[in-house]
Design a binder for this molecule. Sequence first.
Ligand code: SF4
Ligand code: SF4
Length: 79
Amino acid sequence: MAKKKFRGLVFIKPERCKGCEYCVEFCPTGAITMSHKFNSKGYHYPEFTAPDKCTGCGLCGMYCPDFAIYGMREAIEEG
Ligand code: SF4
Ligand code: SF4
């Protein structure tokens, strides 16, 4: 029988971001980093730069005051 595992996924809405960096500071695995790019309001926003490190714990979304990032777990099948 296939073993079920999970991988972390992160969704980022750059236009909602105010660049506070809480998400990057509180991510326990370093899966996200601040982009050098700016959104239309002139703020840097996070990017999902190390997907392999993400556990889908959701802490980034819990700390974001602007609902600009969400972390979740997705089930994957391993043969
Ligand atoms: S879901 Fe957790 S591990 Fe993934 S980027 Fe967010 S805080 Fe980091
Ligand atoms: S916590 Fe939210 S507002 Fe702050 S940098 Fe991260 S995505 Fe942007």
